[in-house]
Ligand binder design. Structure first.
Ligand code: TTP
Ligand code: MG
Length: 608
């Protein structure tokens, strides 16, 4: 019930249109009830020459010419049928429109919610599952309110109307006709529950097939490299088959159910014909009235059947809607304070104060980190793989919040700032390059909305990417494949550097920006980066010597803590952990910044 009322809330903006639909339903039901009466007129009055009485008033029908009488009957018949069709058309258009709008609102809310969630949330949820909830399960709001509530209302109105008319015409026959209705409802109650459960199961299975396909398609290189195509195909087909089996069962059940309902209706019709003909023979009923009865009975099936499907629909959509609400009720977003202010960068000084952070409770990645990065200075963060370097800068961008301590930029605690202003003023190169399947120029311009082609090109030149971009088939307008598939790793990295460069932000955060580049390309880019870094607070995660030597300070992370801080020379002279790691990688410790770099690019890498 809670879920139901929550969903009903989505109808609010459209309540005017919904009321109009209800009015249309009343009109359609009236016309539907009227449908068989012209036939009665033709049979009883035109053929049978019986006097016509409407609501107790005698109508002078027989004085009209027979052809006129017949034309009136046929005209009324056409009017009723065309009228019902027209009103239904209008009604369908309105209800579908309302329904689609509600799905759109529901979807928008879910999409915005998912987009707001922290990276932690996204790491825990399979993308395929989220997609299914967003695209498939959100339809529940339409099914529930339009197929469920609306059908219940319309069918009930129609049933009540038929009952009222039938009772007025002939009580005994009505009892016969309605005799099967309780049986019908009993069947419905029994079968629809199974159908509801089964259709929920079917969509869960479908969702799994979806997730599996998504997982497989997004890991094609891995699957091919390990020659696991057969296993993955089998896994996919097995899941798909399971879903088909359930569906086949569902369809069979639905057909059998339709047959049962049809049989019961036939039974009702048989009873009515038996009793009705007896009554006609005895003169208690006219032939026309019997025809009205029989045609009502035939259309009794529709509202009763609709009502029956409704129960299953409501059940099914409630459980689907629950899957959506489940996500909407999860709050894992990085919260913005209600009175959050925009970040105002003055010098760009960044401080980490007693910062401790864990992805999973109890497993600290960073412990009691204290660090001052002077405004405009370059800080290199080094440490073994898995030491927590990426985690440290993720905290600075507020991808996550530290469990303890705070991070302050120019005296402003990150938690008091709007996320947008913080991220607008930071230019980032992420460790894993991510590009969109749009043109190269648009990928670079993603860093600055409304960037001109000149700006894009000059950023690309700084990132040493202009030459290879110009050599692409359509130059800057070349559209990239999924995740930038038609580029090499180093080319992708240079585009992502250009994207950060074009942003022109006071905070620069580079997570191994040159890891995929050879020494020569790197040194070409360094010139561009150097120019850019001046006057900006820069964080660079680096394994490369050249990068470390440029830094104003080097921060070494070890065992979840900051082990050493200082300039390259200071750390080398100190002879501590940094010097040890350096010696391990580059041979004997050096005292000062060397003039020449080691020959091979591989040897330049401080990989420990
Ligand atoms: P990172 O901060 O990613 O380590 P790093 O950037 O120093 O390593 P690399 O040089 O390889 O890029 O991870 C620190 C620890 O946190 C590591 O043990 C893995 C763990 N971790 C999580 O548990 N969840 C996450 O989402 C990430 C990114 C890391
Ligand atoms: Mg990292």
């Amino acid at each position: 019930m809670k879920v139901f009322w929550r969903l009903a809330g989505y109808l609010r903006p459209y309540r005017g249109a919904f009321l109009l639909c209800l009015a249309l339903v009343a009109v359609a039901s009236g016309l539907e009830l009227f449908k068989p009466w012209p036939l009665k007129l033709a049979v009883d009055q035109v053929i049978g020459k019986a006097p016509l009485e409407i609501m107790g008033r005698q109508i002078d029908y027989q004085t009209l010419a027979v052809s006129a009488q017949l034309l009136i009957a046929v005209g009324l018949l056409l009017f009723a049928h065309l009228g019902v069709g027209f009103v239904q058309l209008l009604n369908n258009y309105m209800t579908i429109r309302i329904g689609q709008n509600m799905v759109q609102d529901f979807r928008r809310e879910l999409f915005e919610h998912i987009q707001r969630q922290s990276l932690l949330f996204h790491q825990q949820r399979p993308t395929g599952d989220l997609l299914y909830r967003l695209m498939g399960d959100t339809y529940a709001v339409q099914t529930l309110l339009m197929n469920g509530v609306f059908t219940t209302l319309t069918s009930s109105v129609l049933l009540a109307g038929m009952l009222a008319v039938l009772l007025k015409v002939n009580t005994t026959l009505t009892i016969y006709a309605m005799g099967v209705v309780p049986l019908l409802f009993l069947t419905i109650a029994k079968v629809s529950k199974s159908i509801g459960n089964l259709s929920y199961e079917t969509s869960t299975r479908e969702s799994q097939v979806y997730s599996t396909a998504e997982r497989i398609f997004s890991s094609i290189p891995l699957i091919q490299a390990f020659a696991r195509e057969d296993e993955e195909r089998k896994r996919f087909l097995a899941e798909s088959q399971l879903s088909f089996d359930r569906k086949l069962y569902l369809y069979s059940l639905q057909t059998a159910y339709g047959w049962l309902v049809g049989g019961l209706t036939a039974l009702g019709t048989a009873l009515v014909i038996y009793e009705g003909v007896t009554q006609v023979l005895s003169g208690a009923l006219t032939t026309g009235e019997l025809l009205v009865f029989i045609s009502y009975l035939a259309s009794l099936y529709t509202p009763v059947n609709n009502l029956s499907n409704t129960v299953a629909d409501i059940r099914g959509s409630l459980s689907k809607a629950k899957r959506v609400l489940e996500i909407l009720e999860t709050h894992q977003e990085v919260k913005e304070a209600p009175d959050a202010a925009p970040l105002a960068v003055k010098t760009g000084e960044v401080r980490f104060e007693n910062v401790s952070f864990a992805y999973d409770a109890g497993k600290e990645v960073l412990r009691d980190v204290n660090l001052v990065c002077p405004g405009g200075a370059m800080t290199a963060i080094v440490g073994q793989t898995g030491a927590g370097k990426t985690s440290l800068i993720s905290l600075l961008l507020r991808f996550y919040d530290p469990q303890q301590g705070r991070i302050v930029i120019d005296g402003q605690d990150l938690k008091t700032l709007t996320l947008k202003s913080l991220r607008r003023q930071s230019a980032v190169v992420l460790q894993e390059t991510q590009l969109f399947p749009i043109s190269v120029a648009d990928n670079i311009a993603y860093g600055k909305s409304g960037a001109t082609r000149e700006e894009v090109e000059s950023a690309a030149k700084l990132a040493n990417a202009h030459d290879f971009i110009a050599a692409l088939p359509a130059g800057y307008d070349t559209v990239l494949g999924e995740k930038g598939a038609n580029l090499s790793g180093g080319q992708r990295q240079r585009i992502s550097i250009a994207r950060a460069l074009i942003k022109d932000a006071p905070l620069l955060i580079l997570d191994e920006p040159t890891s995929a580049l050879d020494a020569e390309t790197e040194s070409l880019i360094m010139e561009g980066l150097d120019r850019l870094m001046t006057g900006r607070t820069t964080f660079v995660i680096a394994h490369r010597l050249s990068m470390m030597q440029r830094a104003d300070q080097i921060v070494l992370i070890k065992d979840q803590r900051i082990a050493e801080v200082g300039s390259f020379d200071e750390l080398m002279n100190k002879g501590g952990e940094f010097a040890r790691l350096h010696a391990l990688q580059f041979g004997k410790p050096r005292r000062a910044a060397p003039a020449a770099e080691p020959a091979s690019p591989g040897a330049q890498t401080l990989l420990v």
